[in-house]
Design a protein around this ligand. Structure first.
Ligand SMILES: Nc1ncnc2c1ncn2[C@@H]1O[C@H](COP(=O)(O)OP(=O)(O)OP(=O)(O)O)[C@@H](O)[C@H]1O
Length: 479
């Protein structure tokens, strides 16, 4: 479907020029000569982008912009400013413009920036949709996923949850094995009974045995009183045996006996105890491999894997990354002031591109860290851990940092804060100095600023124009 773009300018030749270029790029274009007409058109039929001149007789582009944003009209806005109108452009960005274009507008720049803004808008709309769907379609007992394999697992949990069969979950670390086990418990008639998890890898053989089966008073040194084990405690509920692949052959034999008979004795005791417990086991090691290597008993393996569940790693269900990221953001939002509720598209792109060896847990931790670092209500790429979003390359000499150059002077400003403005302005001036080899007059002419203003700003940012004379300082700015 073609995108509809509305161009607002009081100057007929400009309207004509912009319309021809954008129509040639495959967009459907409408034009308006003033803000009132533009608002009527935008309300009458949906548009995806509004490109408006800022200076028009009557209601100007800035007022049009604030109408659009206060009415929450769902389209992108690019404002057109005069050469050197950086302050005005920044004010428009603050008021909700997606980008600005400086006159005179070259065709190639118009097309590129229009496409960029449309892409960003599309991404933002998709995120908004995701947010909605997150609440409606994609959650299941504390889990979220839109991935086909995961949805099949959710269906399976619904089916086998009520049956009481033993379940064996396999998945890499952090893929959600415990959450799935909890969901099985929650989907069963035992949901009001006890839920008892045991991490089998964390305990030595003797401690694990006592943890699972309990002990009598005096059974071993330090057993000064009788203690019930997890099997007993889980009576009427679910026992979750995590990292089952790590238990020793001796423990495997003991466990098998309990699973076969449904009975056991406490350590040091003679009383046979019978319990009604559902077993859910999990491992990040492949038990079938361990069986093949002779490290895990096959009879125990088959007893455990009555219902096997294979959890896919996050990199094989990338469509879940934005969904999970927003899910964790919502969970954390209440804890931060102001609440961090958004993820910048660049940051989302980094999340989406990373391989997540630590799976969902690593993603959750990355979002937690980013929320703690976020300045404002949005997570930026720079707030993410460096493993996820590597910092800009650069083998800068000590005390120096690579400039953000070569900066693209046509790039839309992603986030408008005072520090950001200063950084952009400094990088912009450094880029100009490099381009014009330190010639202030030419920098002034290019930027539309007065020479005095350029000189003042160079002083403010500690930029020494003489260092750019021979062209060698083009990539380094003194900190
Ligand atoms: N589909 C999901 N939706 C929402 N949260 C999830 C999902 N999967 C995992 N999580 C969250 O990710 C974290 C790790 O999940 P969990 O502890 O269940 O993984 P695990 O596979 O048991 O990890 P380990 O292998 O280290 O024992 C938890 O905080 C969990 O709540």
């Amino acid at each position: 479907m073609k995108t509809r773009i509305l161009i607002v300018d009081d100057d007929p030749p400009t309207r004509e020029y912009l319309s021809l270029l954008l129509a040639a790029d495959g967009h459907e274009v409408e034009t308006a000569s003033n803000a009132t007409e533009a608002l009527e058109l935008a309300r009458a039929r949906p548009i995806q982008l509004l490109i408006t001149d800022l200076y028009m007789p009557g209601t100007g582009g800035m007022d049009l912009l604030s109408h659009v944003r206060s009415e929450r009209l769902p389209f992108g806005v690019i404002v057109v400013t005069g050469l050197g109108d950086h302050q005005v452009a920044l004010a428009a960005m603050r008021a909700g413009a997606d980008d600005f274009l400086t006159k005179p507008i070259e065709p190639e720049r118009l097309i590129r920036r229009t496409r960029q803004t449309l892409d960003r808008r599309r991404l933002r709309d998709e995120l908004e949709q995701l947010r909605q769907q997150l609440r409606e379609d994609y959650s299941f007992l504390n889990m979220v996923s839109k991935n086909g394999r995961m949805r099949q697992i959710f269906d399976l949990i619904e089916q086998v949850g009520p049956l009481g069969s033993t379940v064996l979950i396999h998945g890499e670390t952090g893929t959600g094995k415990e959450l799935v086990a909890q969901a099985i418990h929650a989907a069963s008639p035992r949901r009001d009974g006890p839920w008892k998890p045991v991490n089998c890898a964390a305990l030595s053989d003797s401690l694990l045995e006592s943890e699972l089966f309990g002990h009598e008073k005096g059974a071993f040194t330090g057993a000064d009183r009788r203690r019930s084990g997890r099997f007993e405690d889980a009576h009427g509920g679910t026992l979750f045996l995590d990292e089952i692949g790590d238990i020793s052959p001796a423990m495997q034999a003991k466990l098998l006996r309990v699973l076969q008979s449904g009975t056991f004795e406490r350590i040091g005791g003679t009383e046979t105890i019978q319990v009604d417990v559902r077993i859910v086991a999990a491992s990040n090691k492949r038990l079938d491999e361990l069986v093949r290597q002779g490290a895990f008993r096959s009879d125990l393996y088959y007893r455990l894997r009555v219902v096997p569940i294979e959890l896919p790693p996050l990199r094989e269900r990338r469509e879940d990354i934005p969904l999970l990221a927003l899910h964790f953001l919502h969970k954390l939002a209440a804890r931060s002031t102001p609440p961090v509720t958004e993820i910048d598209p660049d940051a989302m792109h980094a999340l989406f591109s990373y391989d997540w060896p630590g799976n969902v847990r690593e993603l959750e931790n990355a979002i937690k860290a980013a929320v703690a670092l976020a300045d404002g209500t949005k997570i930026q790429r720079s707030n993410l851990p460096p493993t996820v979003a590597p910092r800009a390359e650069g083998l800068a000499a000590p005390g120096r940092r690579p400039a953000a150059t070569p900066i693209d002077l046509d790039r839309p400003l992603p986030e408008v804060t005072d520090t950001f403005i200063s950084r952009v302005e400094r990088d912009y001036l450094a880029e100009l100095l490099a381009m014009y080899k330190g010639n202030v007059a030419r920098c002034a002419r290019h930027s539309g600023l007065s020479r005095r203003c350029v000189t003042q700003k160079l002083q403010k940012y500690g930029l020494d124009r003489t260092r750019y004379k021979d062209g060698s300082a083009s990539t380094v700015i003194e900190e």
